[in-house]
Design a binder for this molecule. Structure first.
Ligand code: SF4
Length: 125
């Protein structure tokens, strides 16, 4: 992922590049990508005092140019919901309530920094 923002003084847009074709709207990893970008917007807000006006995912391998950009909601409610889900996740980790119940799509695991640990523990073959 590459993130950059346009509008050097007011951080109006944030764009995240993904080296893939645009996925289906119900692709499981799309939710994660959206949340990741919304967390980035939250970090920008903490740094600059305001949220970006618009967030975009840009699919670099999308054959149809008009489908390469995908807007991600960045209203205060959406971002606060993501922050709440991260807080909930952090609480579960602190309480050691974690387990991989179902592995994500292989493309997610291939890009994961701790896949060797999952292989070692038999979660991945
Ligand atoms: S390698 Fe393990 S931790 Fe990483 S995404 Fe896959 S299942 Fe999750």
């Amino acid at each position: 992922m590459t993130c950059f923002s346009r509008g050097s003084e007011d951080w109006k847009w944030s764009i995240s590049k993904r080296k893939a074709a645009r996925p289906a709207e119900d692709a499981p990893h799309l939710t994660l990508y959206r949340q990741q970008l919304q967390l980035y917007a939250y970090a920008l807000q903490k740094q600059n005092g305001q949220y970006p006006e618009r967030l975009w995912l840009y699919w670099t391998d999308e054959a149809r140019q008009e489908r390469a950009f995908m807007e991600v909601p960045c209203g205060r409610d959406e971002i606060e919901a993501v922050i709440a889900s991260v807080d909930d996740l952090a609480t579960k980790i602190q309480q050691r309530q974690f387990a991989v119940r179902t592995t994500p799509p292989s493309m997610i695991c291939q890009a994961c920094d701790i896949r060797s640990l999952c292989r070692k523990e038999g979660i991945l073959s």
